[in-house]
Design a protein around this ligand. Sequence first.
Ligand code: SAM
Length: 217
Amino acid sequence: MAQLVYNPGIFNADTMDKAKQLSVIAGTPIPENIRWGEEVKFLCTTMARELMLRRGDLILDYGCGVGRLAKELCALGCDVIGVDISPSMRRYAVEYVNAPGHFVAVAPEELALLVNKGLRCDHALVAWMFQHSPNVYADILFILKALKGLGGVMVADNRQMRLVPVQGENPWCNDNVDIWRQLELQLGIRSNTAYPGNWGADPSKIMIRSYMKTTNQ
Ligand SMILES: C[S@@+](CC[C@H](N)C(=O)[O-])C[C@H]1O[C@@H](n2cnc3c(N)ncnc32)[C@H](O)[C@@H]1O
């Protein structure tokens, strides 16, 4: 059997429209206007409520895409560091979020440098990103390292399906990694929130959970 090769190039965008399309690539039957409207508000207000966000909190938006959620978090008064593996997505995110002084978009290795120099974020948001990660365990540890003690992590993603970008004819691979199990091994569950059932998706296929970092690791 041929070896699967990770292909993050799938997230390269050459226009703002393409960057927007790739940000909501998950293949859900939810209409675009909901994903850019109600879903954005729902995820951010759920995060604000469950993690008790305060104005001025520094939020890590890991896998920020074009900044759909970062823009709303900035509007709620937070500062946001968006992290994305795709250089073009990071460029478009700065333009889309349009919050100078309150939003930056950096590569994972740039975040690693900042964290090694002592930066810590108050909370993290990881929306529709773990499904694409080739190494969920390493990403969780990396995100935890970037958080203050007792920081919270809000995750929204597919309950089961994985869509890891790989090279070849079928660009998405389901490797059956259980991202929720991996999260539970590292973090304490704080809340579960049902995805609204009237937006066209089967709510049982989507999980929205917040977690607490329980140690100063
Ligand atoms: C489906 S989009 C979600 C974007 C955004 N969170 C949202 O909900 O609008 C997934 C994003 O994660 C990024 N991504 C995928 N794998 C990544 C990784 N290993 N590290 C950082 N970002 C990654 C992609 O480049 C893409 O922009």
